[in-house]
Design a protein around this ligand. Structure first.
Ligand code: ATP
Length: 299
């Protein structure tokens, strides 16, 4: 289990990380979200002891993270760093050896890893001959090849097309099934919604959201209603607790509520003559929550 306790880190007068605490269990995937400069990379660097916190501590299975446990960690840094003139195979072997694996144990596994991640290139090819996305997949293999128990991925999805993003999602799920504790940062809320058991949102270094996806969404209340009925926008707007009505291209009304209780009144009104095809009252999506929490609301 990873325990992050009350971390603080300042750069001069800038508080980059302020009182951040969370835990990640084996087999759990956590998403770390937040705008550019929110403190995500700084948090990762402190966890990895690449930066020293001003205050707080990080424990892995009850112990401080030192070089001794480094072989159990897989880290994909934000700045990608492969050796362009080295072959794919030598690159992977090099990183595996750095993490304590024997060359002869890893060599027979390389073909399977390249196949699993659908890397377009032969293992003897130099890294610089690969496209950016394929280089990124090789770097992910270098991060995962030693089967780490704690996996920290800084923006692993950036630059990947939807097909490769799915390949990566599958790779992350496989590591989860093998019992790894995983944390990754992303600006793509779909990746976070699809993969994460729990999430943390940072804003100006502070933790502003923390919980399972469902807990975080429910915290915002069921304030969005998808409706297909005979009610007109004027009739809907006349109901107390309705903030805005928007028509979608396919004829649905999206009704934004200030009070989730207004949903019951709308339901009663909309169904007074019987059947309606759509009534779905939902909490905001993670993307909407992100924008609202970051203070940018274009709804
Ligand atoms: P992004 O999504 O853009 O990668 P982030 O959430 O990872 O952002 P960090 O890189 O952790 O953000 O940066 C948090 C804040 O700390 C930023 O204001 C950044 O400029 C500052 N910062 C980070 N590292 C240093 C450093 N070594 N020296 C001074 N300031 C730093």
């Amino acid at each position: 289990m990873l325990e992050v306790k009350e971390l603080h880190k300042s750069f001069g007068s800038l508080k980059a990380v302020e009182d951040i605490s969370f835990t990640i269990q084996p087999g759990e995937i956590m998403g770390l979200i937040g705008q550019n400069g929110a403190g995500k990379t700084t948090t990762f660097r402190i966890i990895l002891d690449l930066l020293t916190a001003d205050q707080g501590e990080v424990l892995w299975n009850g112990q401080r993270i030192t070089k001794k446990v480094f072989n159990k960690i897989g880290y994909l840094p934000e700045e990608r760093g492969l050796y362009p003139k080295v072959s794919i195979e030598d690159q992977i072997l090099y990183f595996a050896q750095l993490r304590g694996k024997k060359k002869q144990d890893v060599k027979p596994l390389i073909d399977d890893w390249l196949e699993k991640f659908e890397v377009k290139g032969k293992k003897a090819d130099k890294v610089k001959t690969l496209s950016k996305g394929n280089q990124q997949k090789v770097q992910l293999i270098c991060t995962l090849i030693h089967e780490p128990e704690l996996i920290i991925l800084d923006e692993p999805f950036s630059g990947l097309d939807p097909v490769n993003a799915e390949i990566l999602e599958n790779g992350i799920r496989e590591a989860q099934a093998n019992g790894a504790a995983i944390i990754f940062s992303s600006h793509n809320m779909n990746n976070v919604e699809e993969l994460c058991d729990s999430l943390i949102m940072l804003k100006d270094g502070k933790q502003v959201l923390n919980g399972t996806l469902n807990e975080v969404r429910q915290q915002f209340g069921r304030t969005k209603l998808f409706l297909e009925s005979d009610m007109t926008p004027e009739e809907l707007m006349a109901i107390e607790g309705v903030r805005k009505v928007q028509k979608t291209r396919d004829g649905l009304d999206i009704v934004y509520l200030t009070d989730p209780e207004a949903g019951r009144i709308i339901f009663a009104e909309a169904t007074k003559n019987g059947y309606i095809p759509t009534f779905s009252q939902q909490p905001p999506t993670l993307e909407e929550i992100f924008k609202r929490t970051a203070g940018v609301n274009n709804e």
